[in-house]
Design a protein around this ligand. Structure first.
Ligand code: AMP
Length: 283
């Protein structure tokens, strides 16, 4: 595995790979790697000649009161894990390199970036699309791998790729979970013991509701949201940020539960804001 820390070095290697007609799979991450990230690496390894992983805690996607400085940075551990997963190249850009002092340009996907997670996290997705756009220009991958855990992020990145004519295909990989159903996340580290136990209710509530929707006991978004809310408040002290039923392609709100539905939620447990979602295909 090659570790690259400069844009010049990365570009040189990408040019060589392109000359050799190698296909490149790319996984952008903020590090503190876990099985969720590993599943993206495995998908990329299977489908491409070369797998490139980037690790960068991107300051532009954090709000002023968010956990940018506290976000876990685990370079040594991450390198070992990436090596174990047979990643070919690991790219560690720096803030100075990507956002020099005279930096002025941002990418913003309108409308879908100011709902759900974007409602209470001003400019979060503007930071995400900007960094992903920049990394796509640097890495020039054939395929980018994203996780369904951040469903809204994946939809926004896909829209940006389409709108800005990036020559890359996207694969969204399933959510990897702990045994009790909690979606793996670097932010699970912030959970107290009590909150960690209670947080498993998120997936249970989504799963139970999906069953009811498929059995036609629940037919409207209002009822689905009420059921999820009642389970979360009954079995945990988590503070609900949002629970929404939306269209899986454009994130538009749904009233009656038909067709392909994404139920997405964000719930705060202490300092940890946890995301989860489930898709339903109701015929
Ligand atoms: P992050 O390092 O949190 O920015 O995540 C990097 C990528 O890994 C994103 O595309 C995430 O959606 C994906 N990811 C994070 N957690 C999981 C998970 N539990 N299952 C699948 N993908 C994940």
């Amino acid at each position: 595995m090659q570790t690259i820390r400069s844009i010049f070095h990365l570009k040189k290697i990408i040019t060589q790979l392109k000359q050799k007609n190698k296909t490149i799979g790319f996984i952008p991450t903020m590090g503190d790697l876990h099985e969720g990230h590993c599943s993206l690496m495995r998908n990329s390894r299977r489908e491409n000649d070369i797998t490139i992983l980037s690790i960068f805690v991107n300051p532009t996607q954090f709000g002023p009161k968010e956990d940018f400085t506290k976000y876990p940075r685990e370079e040594k551990k991450d390198k070992l894990l990436a090596k174990k997963e047979k990643v070919d190249i690991i790219f560690f850009p720096t803030e100075e390199m990507l956002y020099p002092k005279d930096y002025l340009t941002y990418i913003e996907t309108l409308n879908i970036s100011t709902i759900l997670c974007g409602k209470n996290r001003n400019n979060h997705f503007k930071g995400v699309t900007t960094i992903v756009g920049k990394l796509l220009n640097l890495v020039e991958p054939n395929k980018i791998y994203l996780g369904q855990k951040d469903a809204q992020q994946a939809i926004i990145v896909k829209q940006m790729i389409k709108d800005l004519n990036f020559s890359v295909t996207t694969k969204v990989c399933p959510i990897i979970r702990e045994k009790d159903g909690l979606a793996l996340s670097s932010r699970n580290k912030y959970l107290s013991k009590k909150d960690r136990l209670e947080a498993s209710i998120l997936h249970k509530a989504l799963k139970d509701t999906k069953k009811e929707v498929l059995a036609k006991n629940i037919k409207t978004s209002k009822k689905a949201k009420a059921k999820i809310k009642s389970l979360i408040t009954k079995f945990s002290s988590g503070k609900i940020d949002y629970i929404e039923c939306v269209n899986t392609k454009n994130l538009e709100n749904i009233t009656n539960l038909n067709g392909k539905i994404l139920i997405a939620l964000a719930v705060k447990f202490g300092k940890a804001r946890l995301l989860d979602n489930i898709t339903i295909n109701k015929k």
